[in-house]
Design a protein around this ligand. Structure first.
Ligand code: FAD
Length: 388
């Protein structure tokens, strides 16, 4: 959507396909980081964006037992917005859609699923899609696979990701919000479990971390055992678990995948976002990294698309630009999941605060560095492609 916006704004004809009829799915994550807010500011959209309902995270903490440790603070980072805006992704996508639809070169086809790639003269020349009623042949000088971690277009292209592994999965469930609850991001580490709670106005969206493949065992142990475990780690929200969680149908398994393509492009086709590099939820960076890819793609390929069709060598420049930040952030995610979350999910000894958590908690000045890493990231992108 962001790439569609940027190209259409620059006068390039764009068709964006979305297989669902709306954006209303609750498993997309909610974090809009300073890097994305900077991009919105450069586009003159920041004020309008911040008028939408959202909350602001200015620091990140984790709770172990009764102790809270602050591990990141955004007030020293070099950005106009020194916070993460928490906004459900469907609101963000609806916002981008409304902004993009004012451009005559932008076309969005909802409920239209890309099913296959079309070949033309030895290169990829568009997609075959299934619309609400008909099949569509959509011809394009450039096809961008931005269709997420289960990318159909990537699969059809023969490009294969390398799996970097993830020792945990996430159970996604909702708990009611009550007066007096903190209006913040909550992270709690417990004995063989962890819980992250995202405030969404009238309810908490909860991500409950379990050992990879552990959901069958949890189901087999039954609902009351599950509720009891959840209560151990839920802190202030433990009081509403029994009355809320009545069925395993309320608990959705989200499998965590971290992977990366060796080559992001084929002639006529470019993969970006999770299609090129599926991100772990750690740090809530995935949406923001996908936006950075979109900005880099527009900067590199926009001027070429204004005149014609990019060559394969042009497409490779996007990977050359974005691979380093992707590797670095994924490296941090893999380290965090293998050194911190994995051991917590295996250990019966009760979680101990890792050394870096204790250091960050004691040394406020240092907390800007994790905030810079996840909030801005290495090699931040800025809007260069001009509006037409
Ligand atoms: C449990 C979990 C929690 C997460 N939480 C966060 C978080 O809080 N913050 C964060 O920044 N990141 C989070 N992430 C990572 C984040 O969700 C992804 O990195 C990010 O959404 C990638 O964006 P994308 O645009 O590449 O792909 P997606 O967001 O997956 O978007 C792909 C879009 O393409 C559509 N689509 C798919 N196939 C087709 C097709 N064939 N034809 C047409 N349309 C198609 C899909 O419906 C979807 O709308 C989380 C990940 C997980 C697993």
């Amino acid at each position: 959507m962001m790439l569609g916006y940027l190209l259409a704004r620059a006068g390039v004809d764009v068709t964006v396909l979305e297989k669902h009829k709306d954006f209303l799915r609750d498993f997309r994550g909610d974090t809009v980081h300073p890097s994305t807010l900077t991009v919105l500011d450069e586009l003159g959209l920041l004020e309008k964006f911040l008028e939408l309902p959202h909350t602001k995270i200015r620091k990140a903490s984790v709770t172990l037992g009764k102790n809270e440790y602050t591990i990141a603070e955004f007030d020293r980072i070099p950005a106009k917005c020194q916070f993460i805006a928490l906004m459900p992704q469907w609101d963000f996508l609806d916002f981008l859609k409304q902004q993009a639809e004012v451009f005559p070169h932008f076309r969005l086809l909802m409920q239209t699923e890309a099913k296959d790639l079309l070949a033309r003269g030895g290169r990829i020349g568009g997609v075959l899609a299934r619309g609400e009623t008909d099949n569509l042949d959509i011809r394009a000088g450039l096809t961008v696979a931005a269709d997420g971690r289960h990318s159909m277009l990537r699969m059809k292209s023969g490009l294969e990701p390398t799996d970097l592994g993830a020792p945990f999965d996430v159970l996604w469930l909702r708990l009611p919000f009550r007066k007096g609850d903190p209006v913040d991001l909550v992270g709690r580490l417990g004995d063989r479990q962890f819980l992250v709670m995202l405030y969404r106005g009238d309810y908490w969206q909860c991500a409950y971390g379990i050992e990879k493949g552990g959901f069958d065992k949890i189901r087999a142990e039954g609902l009351s055992a599950f509720r009891a475990r959840l209560k151990e780690v839920a802190g202030f929200a433990a009081d509403r678990i029994d009355e809320t969680i009545k069925d395993f149908d309320q608990v959705k398994l989200l499998t965590v995948t971290v992977n990366r393509l060796k080559r992001w492009a084929r002639p006529g086709l470019l993969c970006i976002g999770d299609a090129a590099h599926a991100m772990s939820p750690i740090g809530g960076v995935g949406i923001n990294l996908a936006i950075q890819d979109a900005v880099a793609t527009a900067n590199i390929l926009g001027p070429i698309l204004q005149k014609g069709v990019p060559r394969f060598s042009d497409l490779k420049k996007v990977q050359a630009r974005r691979e380093f930040p992707t590797r670095l952030i994924q490296g941090f995610q893999v380290l965090a999941q293998n050194a911190v979350l994995g051991p917590i999910l295996k250990s019966n000894r009760g979680p101990q605060p890792p050394l870096f958590v204790r250091v960050l908690d004691r040394w406020p000045w240092a907390r800007q560095w994790p905030a810079r890493l996840i909030g801005i990231g290495p090699r931040p992108e800025h809007i260069q492609l001009r509006a037409k």
